[in-house]
Every structure is written in C-alpha cells, then in structure tokens.
Design a protein around this ligand. Structure first.
Ligand code: URA
Ligand code: SF4
Length: 212
C-alpha cells in the first residue's frame, strides 16, 4: 500500500511471506520504473533459503519472462553455482531493483544502471524479503546490489569474497562478489574463465558461511 505520510514516496510492502510480497509488488509505484516495464520481476527459489542472492535489476529477458536471471547473466550464474556445488533451487534469488530500467533505441531496449534513488525506493521490498526468508548469508552480485545491501558504495575488488558484518538496512552477514554480466563482458577467454572461477570461489565462501 502507498505510504500516505505527507511527502513520503516510499511504497510500503505488506507484512507477510514471499508469496504475499510477490502478489503485492505489481501494484508498486515507489518509483517511475514500473511504467515502461512489461512487469515486475520479483524473485525465485526457496522461501526458507540459507542463502539469498541479490542481483541488480531484471534485464530484457527477465522483464519479458517475469523471472530473475532468466537470460545470459543467469546462465553464467548457474554455471558458477553448479561449480560451487549449489543448486539454484535451494537459494533465494532476487534483485535490488524489481523493474527493468532501459533506454529504447529503435527496436532495442538498452540496459541502464539504476540510480541510488531507484535503489532506495525499492529497498523496502528487499528488507521485507529478508524478514520473510531470514537467510543466514546474503550475496550481493555487483556494485548495485552491494550499494543496496550494505548501504554504501564499495569497490568490488576490495571487498569481494569476505564475509562482511551485517549492515543496518540488511542485518545479515554479506558476501560481495562480481555481477555475472561482468564475466560475460570479458572478451579474452582465459580472463573470462578466471573471472568465472573467482565468482565461483565467492559463492562457495558464502555457501560455507550459510551452512556453518
Ligand atoms: N541481471 C540482474 O542483475 N538480475 C537479473 O535478474 C538479470 C540480470
Ligand atoms: Fe516499486 Fe521497485 Fe518497481 Fe520502483 S523498481 S516501482 S520501487 S518495485
């Protein structure tokens, strides 16, 4: 429901489980991204997962299909999860921002990184998901997710792969790693393979902490 305090723009999710959050999310008007998008892309995976993975925002494919990580970045994520010995179905998978932000260029829709305002507007959903799922570890995939989860800017290379203390907004230990899309963008095969290994190692670290 909308937060009707004067001047407030926060859209307040209902209390409840993941199903009731997902049912309420299509009505969200917490920022302007809902309007040009096809649909909200909420989450997938286990509702009582020990590990919650947070991406940036849905991409073109996800926006059409309504499923997080349904496109090319999802295939990289699946590969890394499999290599780390983690089944996608046992984790909870969501995004920091739940509508696709893009720029229309002729027939193409080009991904645009969400702003801090979009991340803040969408944060109540992530907070509600955390309260519903109660994971033992959160994995922030890339800088946007890290900004949402930790509440501050970080350099991925400096913080990745460590189990970081809980932050105020997201009171769960967090592992920051690279976004799977960044692996896809690497042209040189050896470098790409090293980046996939690094992503896998970070997921393995997070999974061990979630099951410690
Ligand atoms: N990239 C993301 O961050 N999330 C998705 O769901 C798909 C691509
Ligand atoms: Fe609401 Fe998040 Fe969508 Fe903005 S991006 S309309 S805050 S669900």
């Amino acid at each position: 429901m909308p937060d009707d305090r004067p001047g407030a723009q926060r859209w307040v999710p209902p209390d409840g489980d993941v199903d009731s959050l997902a049912a309420a999310a299509p009505a969200c008007r917490g920022c302007e991204l809902w309007a040009p998008a096809t649909q909200v892309v909420f989450s997938s995976g286990s509702h009582d997962a020990a590990m919650m993975l947070v991406g940036e925002q849905p991409g073109d494919r996800e926006d059409r299909e309504g499923e997080p990580f349904a496109g090319p970045a999802g295939r990289v994520l699946d590969e890394a999860l499999a290599a780390a010995g983690v089944d996608r179905d046992v984790v909870y998978l969501t995004n920091a921002v739940k509508h696709f932000r893009f720029e229309q260029r002729g027939p193409r829709r080009l991904h645009k990184t969400p702003t801090v305002a979009h991340i803040r507007a969408c944060l109540p959903w992530l907070t509600a998901e955390l309260a519903a799922v109660r994971p033992r570890v959160v994995v922030a995939l890339g800088a946007t997710a890290a900004r949402a989860v930790l509440g501050r800017e970080v350099t991925i290379g400096e913080v990745r792969g460590h189990v970081l203390d809980a932050a105020d907004d997201v009171p769960v230990p967090t592992v920051v790693t690279a976004h799977p899309s960044s692996v896809l963008r690497i042209r040189e095969a050896a470098d790409r393979s090293a980046a996939l290994t690094a992503l896998t190692d970070d997921l393995r670290t997070a999974w061990a902490a979630a099951n410690a």
